[in-house]
Design a protein around this ligand. Sequence first.
Ligand SMILES: Cc1cc2nc3c(=O)[nH]c(=O)nc-3n(C[C@H](O)[C@H](O)[C@H](O)COP(=O)(O)OP(=O)(O)OC[C@H]3O[C@@H](n4cnc5c(N)ncnc54)[C@H](O)[C@@H]3O)c2cc1C
Length: 391
Amino acid sequence: MTFQGFDLPSELRMLADTISEFVREEIWPVEARTPGHARGIAPDDIEQLQKKARDAGFWCLEAPERFGGGGLSVFESVVVSEQMAKHRYSIPRPGSGAFGLEPPVALYHGSPTQIEQYVLPTIENAWSAFIAISEPTGGSDPARAIRTTAIREGDTYRLNGHKMWASGADHARYGVVYARTDRENGRSGISAFIVDSDTPGMTVDPIAVLRDHWTTELTLDDVIVPVENLIGEAGQGFALAQEFFVRGRLRYAAQALGVAEEAVRHALEWARTRETFGALLATRQAVQFALADARVEIDAARYLTWDAAWTADQGGDARTKASAAKLYATEVGFKVVDAMMQILGGMGMTCELPLEHWFRGLRVSRVVEGPSEIQRYLIAREMLGSAALGR
Ligand SMILES: Cc1cc2nc3c(=O)[nH]c(=O)nc-3n(C[C@H](O)[C@H](O)[C@H](O)COP(=O)(O)OP(=O)(O)OC[C@H]3O[C@@H](n4cnc5c(N)ncnc54)[C@H](O)[C@@H]3O)c2cc1C
């Protein structure tokens, strides 16, 4: 039997099918009794769903097996991420960790003590963690924009600065904060630090955004962390985050695919039963063309996403392919959801159906994890080489 038209290994197909069933049987009923206008599911429901997902074996599936995670390859991750996303809210995602997040990947390169004190308990005890790279000075080009400083003072670092958009910091136990340890060295002057959320000097304020779950801003005012909290070497911050960019971008691409597929399913059901001017919408060519375009574009986005994931698993440099997949899948996902809302007419505008949630969520996906323009820039830079930099 094939899956999405491909003959995938039976174990992966079964995992994707089981996650899809979990979404339908466990998450959809909770959403059905949650008011459509609610901003996400109640925290108690999230915790219960997390527990059920965990009991069913869907927990931190992307984290390496040696740390107690599922050890999914990049390809396996994108296949299951698409299924995880097929519900109204982006949290909870069965298969990820607490509040939809897995341990920050930079920490997988941490010291044995960091692994023991942060990575293992994050997986075992369902801790959640945030990642703080972006700042008020900009997130598209963080190597230049980061102003937060980490000054070494004997056995400690003193952190000062301001971070924007750190998702999940309001309920996280700790986070990874990127700060400048060397004022002169652009990219190689950035280091990554573990910061416990209750460290004196750090304050977290919510930022309301378009999507259902909000984000936060952090103020770091003389935050002191021990040198043991530096991950890897000083100046290695971005090198440690490389893996995160490929997996992170492909996760956004896969989620866009899942949501777009669901939007099409809703529109198909509607077109088959809704009559206007004496005929079903399904008989109207304008409706047929919108559905056909959605089919072609979703499939094209899936090819890009799966190809990038496959390349990463073969040990190839998948960064540009991941950029292409994230760019195309999130743009197509947004366009498809918009077109399917149009087919649903007034029903497409209601908060009772999930489409408007996806519309807002995908609008955000076109900016986070690198805006579409930055993905285009990265693709063009590989095509043009140094000419793209004016050299
Ligand atoms: C809901 C949400 C959650 C987030 N979560 C996190 C998180 O957990 N951790 C974290 O560190 N960050 C997070 N971010 C930050 C996110 O990654 C940044 O918003 C994003 O990288 C863009 O940075 P910016 O907002 O500073 O926009 P800017 O860098 O100021 O760019 C603004 C716009 O200018 C355009 N642009 C920029 N450069 C170019 C160029 N060279 N060519 C053409 N156009 C260009 C793009 O359209 C871009 O959208 C989150 C953001 C949001 C909205």
